[in-house]
Structure formats: C-alpha cells, structure tokens
Design a binder for this molecule. Structure first.
Ligand code: MN
Length: 198
C-alpha cells in the first residue's frame, strides 16, 4: 500500500473488499494467444463488460447495450478500470454493498487477433488503443470476425464498438437477447443470482 502500482489494476483492487466479494484478487493466467471476454453484468445499471487481454491486464469497457453483429450499429463503450487477467474466468454474484454488486455471467470468450495497422504498418494492440482506434478479430463462441474499437472525439472518453462488415456480420442476429446463457456454465443470469447456500 502507498506504493505506486506497477501493474494496471490498482483501481480494481482499491474498489473491492476481497473478504466480501467472490471476485478474484488478481494474478496472471494469460496464455500464448491473447483473449477477449464479454461478461454480462446485472449491476444497478445493466451492461456488458468487454475486456481485451493487453500485455498483463484486461483492458475494459462497459457496453450498455452489449455488442451487435450488425455493422451499421455503433455501440457505446465506456472505459472502466483495468481488470486482472484471471477475471476472465469469473462468473458469480457480487454481494450487495460491494462495488459492482450484482450477477456476472460469462457471456462470450475466446482468442482474438489484433489486425490494426496505420499507413500499411502493423500496430501493437497497446499502441492502437493509445491512438484511440483498434481493429480486432474475435474467435468467440457467440461473436466472431472483425470489430473496431474507436475513441470518440470531443471532451469525453467514450468509445464505440462496431462490427466490421465481413462474413461474420449479420444484421438479423441479436445474440445479446437470443443467446443469453453462460459459455462457462450454461446458466442464465437468474440462476447465477440464486443463493447457492440455500
Ligand atoms: Mn461491470
């Protein structure tokens, strides 16, 4: 405590009481290929947390309406604090009174490829995000193909999450409502909220 954090998750740790919440304290569980994860979060304001493994952390955005598979739809993505890599496996109920209280459902996950380039030159994902534009290819169970993350101009720090117009684009799909189950346990968000200790 009191020392500058070397990692990116001191905000995450500062907001949580790990004697109360079942969320992970943090640690490294990254593999060779970076992963993305989308967690539905039934907090006071319902949203989907979109997270990308970048170096040793999960860069995170809260997407109120969740991701779309329609390339014409731009979804607001509000940056939130970096999360530890092992959060990518978390599903459960954050107790009342704790930060982010409510159920968390592991809605989609898988590897991703960073395909961002500028003037024909490949950019690292960290560099791309610093510049406010990243193009990635998701290999999830529900979402696949290209997505763009784009920081909006102006005073705010908000971003947009937009499906690229590729073979995986499908304006008729709406997986946020038609495929609500957890990719980890098959549970619904209501089932996660049921008390396990009866
Ligand atoms: Mn959240």
């Amino acid at each position: 405590m009191g020392k500058p954090a070397s990692g990116g998750t001191s905000d995450y740790e500062g907001k949580r009481d790990f004697s109360r919440t079942p969320e992970p304290r943090g640690g490294k569980s990254g593999g060779a290929r970076p992963i993305f994860v989308i967690q539905e979060h039934a907090a006071s304001s319902h949203h989907f947390d979109f997270r990308l493994e970048v170096d040793d952390t999960l860069k995170s955005w809260a997407v109120p309406k969740g991701p779309s598979t329609d390339p014409r739809v731009k979804r607001l993505a509000v940056p939130t604090e970096d999360h530890p890599l092992d959060y990518a496996d978390f599903e459960g109920a954050i107790p009342d009174g704790q930060y982010g209280a409510g159920e968390v459902l592991l809605w989609d996950r898988g590897p991703y490829d960073n395909v961002t380039s500028k003037d024909g030159k490949a950019m690292s994902i960290a560099e791309a995000l610093d510049h406010g534009f990243a193009e990635i290819v998701l290999h999830g169970q529900k979402l696949s193909g290209g997505y763009r993350l784009q920081r909006m101009g102006g005073a705010g720090e908000d971003w947009l999450l937009i499906k690229s117009d590729d073979d995986a684009a499908d304006a008729r799909r709406n997986p946020v409502s038609t495929e609500p189950e957890s990719v980890k346990t098959g549970r619904s968000i209501g089932e996660i909220g049921e008390r396990e200790d009866g």
